[in-house]
Design a protein. Structure first.
Length: 453
């Protein structure tokens, strides 16, 4: 029987074939990785030699793999001289410790390009005392340039933060102060250590509005910005500064948002104390009688208009009394003792009026020797009692002027603002009528205006 001729069997893979395939794969992988892979061997005798450098070395250093492998010093020659000592020291330390190294240094290629290189390598023992370092060299010039830009920006910001005339304070999401520039420390009279950790709601700030009312910490511009995520602009507030008292600030607050949430807030402010004090003084002068220091007629009419509207609010139940006060025989004092004595009498009377009235009452000089008192939340009986105390107090306390005891008496008309009043003129007319009645009855008296019919 004729034997069939079999097809030849496939040749089995030999180890050298497998190794060749693996090497080819590693070369492909090395070529695809940004930068240059390398293997650096150090023999027991101290000799160094690159046994492998990937093609990525050429665009990075301007040297071919063959050049690097043939000359161990080729890469070192392009390192900037000022970076070389640190480069060599890092490698020596890693060699002595038998540990990996990682460092960054600058090179200048043959065509004059300056680059930053990041190098890292890990040692593995070889045969016969050999140590093989396997590592990667990558171009980090772009990152270094960006870091330089950021550093420059941070330095400019730091310089601005430290030298700007406005105070700048940073607070975290809970409202705690984390940082404050020198201007803020100067304006607030506190060191950074004293401020750090303080909240806007800390009562030690003693914050107030321009009208003197308390400024709750929750309404502080920084807290509003944190709560709403929106900037707050041009808020005037007064705070207590050690050794300075009330310091007036014009505040802006801007939240710093991350993922839509306010993570911190910075407030900038300027010291406007002089401006506010000047404004307050101008307002005081515009609303105050220069001679007596009590309210002038302009301020009186503004307050009367306010109280008039309050009383007329339906169902509010507000009350307000008005006293018309006239110094008796004032012209006689001027004629007998001179205008200086007359001025002193007016000041004396105004002082006593303020003593017998409450803080929220208004004492005003309405003209000449006439005064008007506005008494909110006061009924007719209470108003009449206060008027009597005022009359008795003035009579019992003569003015001592240039050795003379000048007895001062007043006639007082008492009226009420009524919801049915058509205008302020009606209120003042009733008070004047009651005043004239008091004078007609012999002066030094209090007369209560009859209720409107």
């Amino acid at each position: 029987m004729q034997h069939e001729q079999n097809a030849p069997a496939p040749r089995p893979s030999l180890p050298e074939d497998t190794l060749g395939d693996s090497a080819a794969l590693m070369l492909d992988l090395a070529a695809s990785i940004p930068g240059a892979m390398f293997r650096l061997s150090r023999w027991a005798g101290g000799q160094w030699r690159f046994t492998y450098v990937s093609p990525g070395i050429e665009p990075l250093f301007g040297l071919t793999p063959a050049q690097v492998c043939a000359d161990i010093r080729a890469l070192g020659r392009v390192i900037l001289p000022e970076d070389r000592p640190q480069h060599d020291a890092t490698i020596r330390a890693a060699l002595l410790a038998g540990q990996a190294f990682e460092q960054e240094y600058r090179i200048r290629t043959a065509d004059g390009v300056l680059k930053w290189v990041h190098a890292r390598a890990r040692p593995q023992p070889g045969g016969a005392g050999e140590v093989v370092w396997t590592g990667l060299l990558t171009d980090v010039s772009d990152r270094k340039q960006l870091e330089a830009v950021v550093r420059d920006s941070e330095e400019r910001y730091r310089t601005l933060f430290e030298t700007v005339a406005q105070g700048v304070v940073y607070q975290d999401a809970a409202g705690r102060i984390t940082s404050a520039n020198p201007a803020a420390q100067r304006i607030l009279g506190l060191t950074l250590d004293q401020m750090q950790g303080r909240h806007s709601v800390d009562p030690r700030w003693q914050a107030i509005h321009e009208d003197g009312s308390p400024f709750p910490g929750t309404e502080h511009p920084a807290m509003v910005a944190l709560r709403t995520g929106q900037p707050v602009h041009q808020v005037v507030m007064g705070v207590h500064a050690p050794n300075r008292g009330c310091t007036w600030l014009l505040v802006n607050a801007t939240p710093v948002l991350r993922a839509g949430q306010a993570q911190e807030v910075y407030s900038s402010f300027e010291d406007i104390t002089e401006r506010v004090l000047l404004s307050q003084e101008l307002k005081r002068q515009a609303s105050t009688d220069d001679l007596t220091g009590v309210a002038n007629r302009r301020s009186l009419m503004q307050r009367l208009a306010l109280e008039f509207e309050r009383v007329r609010q339906p169902g509010a139940g507000h009350r307000c009394a008005v006293l018309a006060v006239d110094l008796d025989l004032f012209k006689l004092i001027n004629d007998r003792h001179g205008h200086a004595a007359g001025d002193a009498v007016l000041q004396h009377a105004a002082t006593l009026m303020r003593r017998v009235t409450r803080q929220h009452d208004l004492v005003a000089r309405s003209g000449g020797e006439e005064f008007t008192l506005v008494l909110p939340d006061t009924g007719p009986d209470e108003a009449a009692a206060l008027a009597e105390r005022l009359r008795a107090s003035l009579q019992a306390q003569p003015l001592q002027h240039q050795g003379l005891a000048l007895v001062v008496t007043v006639s007082v008309g008492v009226s009420q603002i009524l919801p049915a009043d058509a205008s302020l003129d009606a209120v003042l007319a009733r008070a004047d009528a009651a005043l004239y009645a008091a004078k007609g009855a012999g002066r030094n008296q209090v007369c209560l205006a009859p209720a409107a019919g």
